[in-house]
Design a protein around this ligand. Structure first.
Ligand code: GLU
Length: 290
């Protein structure tokens, strides 16, 4: 009897130690062993205990790498939610800086598992990758120096005198073209938005155009230097890029998003990040399970 009780106690202790070693509560180094369909991306990632995430490193509120050495922002929080559902500890997320122009490429070349990077869902991109989401609806806008009164919206570029900066292979770079008289002279393109912000500061360009929420982050972190000129003039639904054809993984991410919309973790993630620069809670979008 005594031996049996001792054995049971020892067994319980071993179980507890095993759970701790595996980080069953997700606070340890590894993560949590989960059972997903055999052969699924979810199972492979859970087995590997690692999630490779492509995101931005220069966009305040969405993905900004600061002193902590890890990017921070709303996109990063979305990636963390997905990692958690996969049973992967936060510390096991591997972030890769992913400027707009390489987003499809890094997925096609299997350099990352997901891209969460202020990434507009559109048909052209869907030819080579797939999107879960949307998880947020942004809109294109224009940022100018605070004392500028000459630019009031995209129509202000039509006379051909003003220069505007955006990022290569971004939707705003394409959308602004129809408002320009002389594209070669007026449109300046860089790989990341921070370079556009520097060009605006230095007077090499008159404006920066991209999504409102990206610009809001730059306005808030460059005190009293910039403002928005006019309001948004496009819709930019943000999706999570995944490899083309992986419908199960896409569904899994969509389930994760929908659960976060319901349990409040989505709104909390927003408030802790981009919401610091934007007083309005985001309108909860409807995911598109195409
Ligand atoms: N959402 C737009 C896009 O996907 C602009 C933001 C960005 O370049 O990351 O192209």
């Amino acid at each position: 009897m005594r031996i049996t009780r001792l054995t049971a106690a020892a067994g319980a202790l071993v179980l507890a130690m095993t759970a701790a070693a595996c980080g069953g509560d997700d606070s340890g180094s590894g993560g949590e062993k989960k059972n997903f369909p055999a052969g699924s991306t979810m199972q492979k990632l859970n087995d590997a205990k690692k999630l490779r995430v492509g995101t931005k490193f220069d966009q305040p509120g969405f993905g900004l790498k600061g002193l902590s050495g890890k990017p921070e922002g709303f996109d990063v929080e979305i990636a963390k939610m997905i990692a958690k559902q996969l049973g992967i500890a936060e510390g096991n997320i591997e972030y890769t800086e992913t400027p707009s122009t390489v987003r499809e490429q890094v997925l096609q070349q299997d350099k990352v598992d997901i891209v969460v990077a202020t990434y507009t869902i559109n048909d052209k991109r869907k030819e080579v990758i797939d999107f879960a989401g949307p998880y947020y609806i942004a809109g294109q806008a224009i940022m100018v120096k605070k004392d500028d009164t000459s630019i009031t919206g995209p129509d202000s570029f039509k006379d051909g005198t003003k220069k505007v900066c955006s990022v290569t292979n971004s939707t705003p770079a394409t959308n602004i073209e129809k408002y320009l008289k002389d594209k070669a002279k007026q449109l300046v393109l860089f790989d990341i938005y921070q370079k556009c912000v520097d060009a605006l500061k230095g007077g090499q360009v008159d404006a920066v155009t991209t999504d409102n929420v990206i610009l809001t982050g730059f306005i808030a972190t460059n005190k009293d230097q910039f403002k928005l000129a006019g309001s948004t003039f496009t819709e930019e639904p943000y999706g999570i890029g995944v490899k083309k054809g992986d419908k199960d993984f896409r569904n899994f991410i969509n389930d994760t998003l929908e659960a976060s919309f319901k349990d409040g973790s989505y709104t909390k993630a927003w408030k802790d990040t981009a919401g610091k620069y934007d007083p309005n809670d985001p309108k909860i979008p409807t995911v598109d399970r195409y």
